[in-house]
Design a protein around this ligand. Structure first.
Ligand SMILES: Nc1ncnc2c1ncn2[C@@H]1O[C@H](COP(=O)(O)OP(=O)(O)OP(=O)(O)O)[C@@H](O)[C@H]1O
Ligand SMILES: [Mg+2]
Length: 286
């Protein structure tokens, strides 16, 4: 089994396991939940086979079998209509910063870029941006997200938070701490939000979206059209990029990333990532 203990006291995942299990969600079995003397949760979970090792997303996105399972598992969780008891403990979760913070980051970005603190490429890109276009985009996206239908979402649906049931090969989702109510297709924004040109995958994104929606409908979800799904995931991806901007700028300044100890390497990669994010946002803002 897998034993997980939290760093800090408080209720975290055990309640989600109980409710989601009752709803038939694709999650591992929870054998036992305890708290230690300081109130930290300890979970004893079914051990799953890892699907990802060194380069999770690259390998994963090109594997039609695992990618299909990954989307289907999300669909089954997203289609759940929480019982009253479960709904009473679910909270909206705003991952990343607020919209105000995102707009503050845009102001900081313009100043830091002009001063050359983020490198030449970012300085050039930012100096060519129409002033205010990303601020206007942030207001449009804020309004669109506020209108999106909501549903049950995992909020960290990443291949690193999934594994295969040893007996059946079924893909299951764990790391349930942030499960909550949010824009209904939040969990597949990362997987489906980028266009086929931006992110080549094993299949065109419209085919993958159709696969997700079929599983969503089968699990009792009220499935919209493929175009609606793709539009929402693209807006959610852009919104996420904007709301992570403060973090991205921070890493482009300090180079502290978890894939290398070398600050210069970290800074170079973080700046390249920031530049790609900005170009995408500028294109989207039109
Ligand atoms: N049931 C499980 N079976 C096998 N491996 C697991 C299981 N649960 C967790 N793991 C492994 O432990 C890692 C961390 O688990 P989890 O994601 O639940 O914790 P976390 O505290 O949120 O960590 P992180 O911040 O890395 O996401 C997973 O990425 C996975 O490699
Ligand atoms: Mg995790």
């Amino acid at each position: 089994m897998l034993v997980k203990r939290f760093h800090t006291p408080g209720e975290r995942e055990a309640a989600h396991y109980a409710h989601l299990h009752a709803h038939g969600a694709p999650i591992p079995d929870l054998y036992l939940a305890e708290t230690d003397a300081t109130g930290r949760e300890i979970l004893f979970l079914e051990f799953l086979e890892a699907i990802v090792d060194l380069d999770p997303m690259a390998g994963f996105l090109s594997n039609a079998v695992n990618f299909g399972k990954f989307l289907t598992a999300a669909a089954r969780l997203n289609a759940i209509r929480p019982s009253q008891a479960y709904a009473s403990i679910l909270r909206p979760r705003n991952l990343g910063g607020t919209w105000e913070e995102a707009r503050g980051s845009l102001t900081a970005l313009v100043q830091l870029a002009a001063a050359g603190s983020l490198g030449d490429a970012v300085r050039r890109t930012v100096s060519e941006m129409a002033p205010g276009s990303l601020v206007a985009l942030s207001h449009r996206l804020e309004a669109r997200l506020a209108e999106m239908p909501v549903g049950l979402v995992h909020n960290d649906h990443d291949s690193a938070n999934t594994g295969l049931r040893r007996a059946t090969g079924e893909l299951l989702i764990f790391d349930l701490e942030f499960v909550g109510i949010g824009p209904r297709f939040t969990d597949v924004a990362g997987a489906l939000g980028e266009t086929d040109a931006e992110q080549p995958r094993c299949l065109p994104r419209s085919a993958l979206a159709a696969q997700y929606l079929a599983a969503y409908a089968l699990a009792g979800g009220d499935a919209p059209s493929v175009d609606t799904l793709l539009g929402e995931t693209r807006d959610l991806l852009m919104a996420g990029t904007l709301r992570m901007l403060g973090w991205s700028i921070g890493r482009a300044l300090d180079g502290v990333v978890d894939w290398t100890e070398d600050r210069d390497d970290g800074r170079r990669e973080a700046r390249a990532g920031l530049l790609a994010d900005l170009q995408r946002l500028v294109d989207y803002a039109g």
